[in-house]
Design a binder for this molecule. Structure first.
Ligand code: SAH
Length: 187
């Protein structure tokens, strides 16, 4: 994996900011890369919640956790991330992470949607501890279109600066609608 690849970049930022042995939420399991990364950060003491609405994502992630001996560290939830607050208390999580869009190699129609994504971000921000962070990988163009990216950025821009610091990154010289990493820090 290239160091500049979006998921790698997000992991590096999270690793540099988040405590070890904490509580982490992967709001979009997909192939389970973020879930695995969080299980590593969690160690023996911490724990991870991961969400997806597709059986395929749960199966792939479960397989990967078994292979790495991380089954005890993560709870895989087959439910929409817009119901996240049913599963976690306010101000408990160190990191909440989103990787929007569709599962590569899967059905491109089963993708995250602006309305549920924004609801999930709202709940995620409530679940975050003060000092915690949210990481968002935002996709656009191709089958993703621009509706979700535009809606998410519009929402994130309006977060009150007293409570949150929002840092938007950009692959500045890359064509073809590159993905966009965004970090939100809860003050
Ligand atoms: N675009 C990324 C991968 C994103 S995977 C890349 O190219 O690497 C996004 C995952 O979000 C998919 O597995 C999809 O099933 C899941 N998803 C879609 N809507 C969801 C929802 N409401 N709650 C939780 N997961 C959802």
């Amino acid at each position: 994996m290239k160091n500049s690849q979006i998921t790698h970049w997000c992991h590096e930022i999270i690793r540099s900011q988040a405590p070890r042995g904490g509580f982490y939420i992967d709001a979009t399991m997909g192939k389970g890369h973020d879930t695995k990364f969080f299980c590593e950060l969690a160690g023996e003491e911490g724990h991870v919640l991961a969400f997806d609405i597709q059986v395929k994502a749960i199966e792939e992630t479960a397989k990967m956790l078994i292979k790495n001996g991380y089954v005890e560290r993560a709870m895989l939830i087959m439910d929409g991330h817009e119901k996240m607050s049913k599963y976690a208390e306010p101000e408990t999580a160190d990191v909440v992470c989103f990787n929007f869009g569709y599962l590569p190699g899967g059905d491109h129609n089963i993708a995250t949607r602006p309305e549920t994504s924004i609801e999930a971000i709202k709940q995620g921000l409530t679940i975050l501890k003060r000092g915690g962070m949210m990481s968002l990988c935002i996709y656009s163009g191709g089958d993703s279109g621009f509706e979700e990216k535009d809606a998410l950025l519009e929402f994130l821009k309006e977060l009150p600066a007293k409570e949150y610091t929002v840092i938007k990154n950009e692959y500045f010289n890359r064509g073809n609608n590159p993905p966009m990493p965004v970090f939100v820090f809860k003050n």
